[in-house]
Write a protein that binds this ligand. Structure first.
Ligand code: PGA
Length: 263
């Protein structure tokens, strides 16, 4: 972790914890993370629970941010079943996860569509968490960096217009929900490559953009990932649904950030 970038711990609830359960989970996380200042915390509930979670955090006077898990790039119109950036704002979200591998691979989202969404999110004052990552087959054929380059090609330009606003999450597809976490040295390679792509556009962009690691992050492996120089936090799926484990990971990040600050 670099003391210049505030670590970010984000929980992606996916299609879990809608309704009542989302309020219980949000309340437990707000209590468990109260007093944490050095780390920024964001949770991404399903659309139907955004407003309820926002209400829960407001009542708890929590500064935890709320992300949606997806959005449509248009402002409004005949797009049955879709949600726009302004609707997310109305629901209390200030962040949005874009290009998650489940969106790319299960719902066929292209790099082009994801870049369009990133531009729309930034224009609408929503902070994008843009996910990238290679599949197992791409990894085995040593195409990881090529895939990352392709996925970020049309995204870095828009991010550079507002340095520090957007976040990139490196999530190797083979590590998501599999319990098979990347080795810190593998993450180090990809994270420093992404940092280099940002630096090629501007030093300010490279210095201010947080790059998260995601894929089977758990309380017992998060410290090793956060110890990697260019890892600025984590995007956590399954393990974010357990409030005590999620809060333990926030505290680990807080301790490591304090240590990094002390130098
Ligand atoms: P996981 O999911 O932590 O359950 O592997 C991560 C993600 O999909 O963002």
């Amino acid at each position: 972790m670099n003391p210049l970038r505030r670590p970010l711990i984000a929980g992606n609830w996916k299609m879990n914890a809608g309704g009542q359960q989302s309020c219980l989970l949000a309340g437990d996380i707000a209590r468990g993370a109260s007093g944490v200042r050095r780390v920024q915390v964001v949770v991404a509930p399903p659309f139907t629970a955004l407003a309820a979670v926002a209400q829960e955090f407001a009542e708890a006077q929590s500064t935890i941010g709320i992300a949606a898990q997806n959005m449509h790039p248009s402002e409004s119109g005949a797009f049955t079943g879709e949600i726009s950036a302004s609707m997310l704002h109305d629901s209390g979200a200030t962040w949005v996860i874009l290009g998650h591998s489940e969106r790319r691979h299960l719902f066929g989202e292209s790099d082009e569509l994801i870049a369009h969404k990133v531009r729309s999110a930034l224009a609408a004052d929503l902070r994008p968490i843009v996910c990238v990552g290679e599949t197992q087959a791409e990894r085995e054929s040593e195409r990881t960096l090529e895939v990352i380059d392709r996925q970020l090609a049309d995204v870095i330009g828009p991010l550079s217009q507002q340095p520090g606003t957007g976040v990139i999450a490196y999530e190797p597809v083979w590590a998501i929900g599999t319990g098979q976490v990347a080795r810190p040295e593998d993450a180090a390679l990809v994270h420093s490559h992404i940092r280099g792509l940002l630096a090629a556009v501007s030093e300010e962009l490279a210095a201010t953009t947080r790059i998260l690691y995601g894929g089977s992050v758990k309380p017992d492996n998060i410290a090793a990932m956060l110890a990697v120089a260019d890892v600025d936090g984590a995007l956590i799926g399954g393990a974010a649904l357990d409030a005590s484990g999620f809060c333990a990971m926030i505290r680990t990040a807080q301790e490591l950030a304090e240590r990094a600050e002390e130098g």
